[in-house]
Every structure is written in structure tokens, then in C-alpha cells.
Design a binder for this molecule. Structure first.
Ligand SMILES: Nc1nc2c(ncn2[C@@H]2O[C@H](COP(=O)(O)OP(=O)(O)OP(=O)(O)O)[C@@H](O)[C@H]2O)c(=O)[nH]1
Ligand SMILES: [Zn+2]
Length: 207
């Protein structure tokens, strides 16, 4: 097991009503002492005290999450997670890992390359960055600060599961997200499927 993340603690809990979670009351939680010193955010929707809660680790995608860009599946995945969490409660970790960790401007540079028929992972390498620079040490530290060491994780990304387990979080179930396939994001999703994401890329498999 990797060295446990340094101890983080809750800084503030802020009540908020979330329209994107069907108007449910939620709590936004900030932290002290996260390993990478980014302003990651937890969004907690009330869950039963004895439950092993549903958790989604969502990596920031300003273009998809905020602007609704059709180039990727991030916006629909965020909506899907918030809807599921509104149903049964749980926690969304909104991780400031824009562009799989390379940042917004670099991601947009890779979009220029992708428009010349280079896939998303190769495009990262061409600009001198890793294919996926994310790690989940802060996510594990946030979960611990929230008192969560047993979770059910909503993801198609085996690396999230492996890293969290390595960091001492008991991932007791892995629940796939829907496949939000469109003509515009098909190449992006194919590249994800080729690099280990569990995605059944049949149009309309699940929306
Ligand atoms: N570098 C780069 N990052 C991208 C691109 N499209 C989306 N992203 C980023 O990818 C991250 C989301 O990762 P995904 O690979 O879509 O999904 P995941 O988080 O690995 O897996 P799931 O849990 O199954 O959703 C976000 O940080 C997005 O900003 C792209 O073309 N290039
Ligand atoms: Zn995206």
C-alpha cells in the first residue's frame, strides 16, 4: 500500500440547494491540508448513516461541465452523477484536475492537435505532457476527512479504483456510468475505451 495521504481536515461546510441535483439540499465541503494544495471540493448529499455511500470522483472539465461542450462526455457524466446522488445520497468530489491534470490551456492546445486527427492521449504526449497526470491522493484524503473509508464508486476508470484501494479506501462496489455517445464525442470515447476505460461503445447502450 502507498503511504497514506497526510491528514486533511474539513475547513467549512456550506449548505446549498442544487438545481442540478433535482433541487435537493446538499453541503459543499472545503478542506485544510490536502496533499496537492488544490481547491478541491466535496459535495455531500444526505445518505443513510449506516450506508456504504455512493461516491463519484469527477475531474474538472470547464468546457464540458460549465459550457456544455460536446467534444467529451464530462457534462452528461456530471449530470448523471448528481441525479444518482440526489436519488440515494452520497458524495461528489469535484477534483481540480482539468485536462486529466495538464490544465485548461494545455487541453485546448491538444484540441487543436485532435482536429488534425490525433487522438486525445497522443496529443498530450506531443505537447510534452503525460497521457493522464491525475493522482487520487487528495481524493483519498478528502474521503478520510469526511469519515469515509468504505465506498461504492461510480466510474468506468479502473485506475481510479486501483489508486483509491492502494491509498487504503475500501471500494466495495464499482458502478459503471452511462455511455454518453454522440457523433461528436465518438473519437474521444473510443480513445478512452482503448486505454482501459470499461465502455460499451454501442450507440444508445445507455444514455
Ligand atoms: N488532456 C485532455 N483532457 C481531456 C480531454 N477531454 C476531456 N479531458 C479531461 O478528462 C477528464 C475526465 O476524464 P475522462 O477520461 O473523461 O473520464 P475519467 O474521469 O477518467 O473516468 P470516469 O470516472 O469513467 O468518467 C477531465 O479532467 C477533462 O477535462 C482531452 O481531449 N484532452
Ligand atoms: Zn470533458
Amino acid at each position: 500500500m502507498t503511504a497514506l495521504p497526510q491528514t486533511a481536515s474539513v475547513r467549512a461546510r456550506v449548505p446549498v440547494t442544487l438545481h442540478r441535483a433535482t433541487g435537493r439540499p446538499a453541503e459543499l465541503v472545503t478542506f485544510h491540508g490536502l496533499p496537492d494544495a488544490q481547491e478541491h471540493l466535496a459535495c455531500v448529499l444526505p445518505y443513510a448513516p449506516q450506508a456504504v455511500p455512493l461516491v463519484r470522483l469527477h475531474s474538472e472539465c470547464l468546457t464540458g461541465d460549465v459550457l456544455g461542450s460536446a467534444r467529451c462526455d464530462c457534462g452528461p457524466q456530471l449530470d448523471e452523477a448528481l441525479t444518482a446522488l440526489a436519488d440515494e445520497g452520497g458524495v461528489l468530489l469535484y477534483l481540480r484536475q482539468e485536462g486529466r491534470g495538464i490544465g485548461l490551456y494545455n487541453k485546448l492546445d491538444t484540441y487543436v492537435l485532435q482536429d488534425q486527427d490525433i487522438d486525445t492521449f497522443s496529443a498530450n504526449r506531443i505537447i510534452g505532457r503525460g497521457e493522464d497526470e491525475r493522482d487520487y491522493r487528495s481524493a483519498a484524503a478528502m474521503l478520510r476527512a469526511l469519515g469515509l473509508t468504505r465506498i461504492r464508486l461510480l466510474t468506468n476508470n479502473p485506475d481510479k479504483v486501483a489508486q483509491l484501494r492502494d491509498l487504503g479506501i475500501r471500494v466495495e462496489a464499482v458502478l459503471p456510468t452511462g455511455v454518453h455517445l454522440t457523433d461528436e464525442n465518438a473519437r474521444y470515447l473510443s480513445a478512452k475505451a482503448r486505454t482501459g476505460h470499461t465502455l460499451a461503445l454501442l450507440k444508445g447502450a445507455s444514455a
